[in-house]
Design a protein around this ligand. Structure first.
Ligand code: BTN
Length: 323
């Protein structure tokens, strides 16, 4: 694993001990475990703090304040079990995993980029994406995965894999909302951002950005766009590693069976069958969402009976419709 907040083996070991310990660990205990002097441990703790690891020094010893940080060995396991990822680049803090991914993809890397916190996280339609510590923020680089005409499937695939992973990991029923959201009880828990590079009619790479509200506080709740997090739904903090692993399992399986993606997405869809208002750059469409066609467009039947095909836009599920 390449890690831009790169750590020495003894720093990794200290983090592992602190992550797995329920209580503070004294310099003496750490010194014994690593076969080093207390002064050497003190220096390494200082280095880790300089690298922005959230370490607290108390009278009883050292505490890792965020126990859900990923360890190198955990991320190495993810690489080993994945057929799509050759390396993981892990940041405690970065601008946006999309920017890092673009750089790496331009150099031909099949990488997964994860950040604990993004300073310039971005969402669809040029919006910013709140990316505080505790969420699962990552971008997966996919090289030439699908013919360009079928690339739209990647958004559906990613939302579906996220919903299935949430169900498998936390036993929470997650549904999908057109075009790119994952919901729990009607509230947004995750969003997908797809960016691609293509030439003539060939896909060069796709950057799949996934943001899942896990243990982070969800601050920007709006009436029209209600949001939630896994920890809010379960009323406890959870571990993100199994969620990431399950996401990759579902993603890789569905990528092998592309004909399954739309039928399975439709089964979990919160949008189909509902009255919707879709705001696109050009106009606003109100009608009943009835299907996704073979080109990935949402089919909406308006009040006048006209069938509109919509490829992107902001979708609102209408509760009380009086047309
Ligand atoms: C949306 O619902 O508008 C899409 C949100 C996508 C957010 C993720 S978090 C990881 C990746 N990096 C970003 O800056 N954005 C995506």
């Amino acid at each position: 694993m390449k890690n831009l907040t790169s750590l020495t083996p003894s720093e990794e070991k200290i983090l592992k001990l602190l992550k797995t310990s329920q209580e503070a660990l004294s310099g003496e205990k750490l010194a014994q475990a690593l076969g080093l002097s207390r002064v050497a441990i003190w220096k390494k703790i200082k280095k880790l703090k300089e690298k922005k690891y959230p370490l607290l020094t108390t009278k009883k010893g050292y505490i890792l304040q965020n126990k859900d940080l990923f360890l190198k060995e955990e991320l190495d396991e993810v690489i080993t079990s994945s057929s799509l990822v050759d390396e993981i680049v892990y940041f405690l803090e970065t601008s946006s995993t999309m920017d890092i991914a673009k750089d790496l993809a331009d150099r031909g890397k099949r990488a997964l980029i994860i950040a604990e916190k993004q300073l310039q996280g971005r969402g669809r339609l040029g919006r910013s994406w709140e990316s505080a510590e505790g969420g699962l923020w990552f971008t997966l680089i996919l090289m030439e995965a699908l013919p360009l005409k079928r690339v739209f499937l990647l958004t559906y695939l990613s939302a579906l894999a996220t919903a299935l992973a949430i169900k498998d990991t936390f036993n929470l029923l997650a549904t999908v909302k057109w075009p790119n959201d994952v919901l729990i009880e009607g509230k947004k828990v995750a969003g997908i951002l797809l960016e691609i590079k293509a030439e003539v009619d060939q896909l060069l790479y796709a950057l799949i950005g996934i943001g899942i509200n896990v243990n982070n506080a969800v601050l920007n709740k709006e009436f029209l766009h209600p949001a939630t997090s896994i920890s809010e739904e379960l009323q406890k903090k959870v571990s993100r590693l199994p969620l990431l692993k399950n996401f990759l399992i579902h993603f890789e399986r569905l990528l092998q069976e592309p004909e399954q993606i739309l039928p399975l997405w439709k089964e979990r869809s919160e949008t189909l069958g509902k009255w919707v208002k879709i705001v696109t750059q050009k106009d606003t469409i109100v009608g009943k969402a009835v299907d996704i066609d073979e080109e990935g467009a949402l089919m909406v039947i308006t009040e006048s009976g006209e069938v509109k095909r919509v490829f992107s836009g902001d979708c609102f599920h209408l509760r009380n419709v009086s047309l």
